[in-house]
Ligand binder design. Sequence first.
Ligand SMILES: Nc1ncnc2c1ncn2[C@@H]1O[C@H](COP(=O)(O)OP(=O)(O)OP(=O)(O)O)[C@@H](O)[C@H]1O
Ligand SMILES: [Mg+2]
Length: 442
Amino acid sequence: MPSPLLVGRAAESRLLDDAARRAGEGDVAVVLVGGEAGVGKTRLVEEFATRSGTRVLTGGCVELGADVLPFAPFVAALRGVAPSLDDAERARLAPLLPGLPSAPTADDEHARPRLFEGVLALLARLAAERPTLLVLEDAHWADRSSLDLLDFLVRNLRAAPGAMLVVTHRSDEPAARGLRTLLAGLGRLAWVERVALAPLSRPEVAAQAGAILGRPADPELVRTVHSRSDGNPLFVEALLADPHGLPGSLEDLLGTRVDRLGSAATVVRAAAVGGMRTPHAVLAAVCAEPVDEPVRAAVDAGVLVVDGDGYRFRHALIRDAVLARVLPGERAALHRRYADALRATGCACNELSQHLTGAGDGRARSPPHGSRRYSPAARSPTPRSCSCWNGCSAGGTAFPARPVSWAPTGPPFSNARARRRPGPARTTAASGWSPRRSRIPP
Ligand SMILES: Nc1ncnc2c1ncn2[C@@H]1O[C@H](COP(=O)(O)OP(=O)(O)OP(=O)(O)O)[C@@H](O)[C@H]1O
Ligand SMILES: [Mg+2]
């Protein structure tokens, strides 16, 4: 359930209000609002639009793939003013109006400039009557034509005094690459400001939880929800109902990103069993295949981020969603590979025993007869501190960069429960995920 109260966002709200004031005084303003999915872009802009007292035209982009519906957000934004258009405007804007000829294609040299000029002229006319706010939501899904029109409008907005344009976009959406370049260029214009929405702080999560629950939230609940949500208000809402689990709505939302990865998802599942963070060499060893391309796809998709010599899940809940998709047998086999990788370094730490437990064997043991271990030649000859990626201080040797072949032969996953490790790093033990619904014990 959404919070009836907008929490935090004082600076961002002030920036938007100031921009609206300037537009109200006959200037123009453009604000580009970015942030990860669920961080609160729409909520911020909706609250602003409501209190702005301006005429508001809103259009959203939809996730339909490129160019399925050209100019979709502009068609939606103009719907409200269509009845008030005069004949000349209707003729110029016909491609954007329901029931009239369809949008010009990119090859239509003359129709597009006419249409673009028509939209700008309409905005100028409306803004001359009263301050007018055009909101374009989810620009990361915009079709090429809409991006061109957006670019044109922002660059020429000074021809429409009294107009303000607000654009929201996800910063973690893979499709947003072309958009990023466009927004970076627009951001250099004097009348354009950029806002990057950060996650909520713990006191803000407490305020959001309190507003949703209708009473002050228990500090322990706040601690858990803040830590698991990373301050993402959408995740806060979902976790309040199930603070230690992975609510179905979140699993669907986050899991979809991983499903889209196709064959690269195998490497992401292996990384998830390794923990929140996995060194590159370890992941390559465990996967027994080159991981560069799959990892690049996962980074582009906002699932993993590069972190030093390895990779980290962008969000603990994304890892949870991935783990929920790892089958028990696959998980046991991966744990065994991780355990072997650790033993190959001479490490005997908690991490190793957790992987052995996950593999269905709590005792340190030799590799199964006939299995291949890391080739000594492939190992770095230089001893260094243990490569355990979750804080072990034991000594050991570095992981080989070369993948190792290892046929999983152990017993199936033992259903041992995962244990969350205390401490600041929100790494969860790699074992113990219910195949049906992931749950992190407190
Ligand atoms: N500052 C806030 N205070 C209280 N609730 C918030 C706040 N920000 C967001 N929310 C709530 O969190 C949920 C997600 O917010 P919102 O839809 O605005 O995210 P978004 O960034 O637009 O996500 P998307 O990228 O998916 O469009 C909504 O239910 C919203 O009401
Ligand atoms: Mg939104």
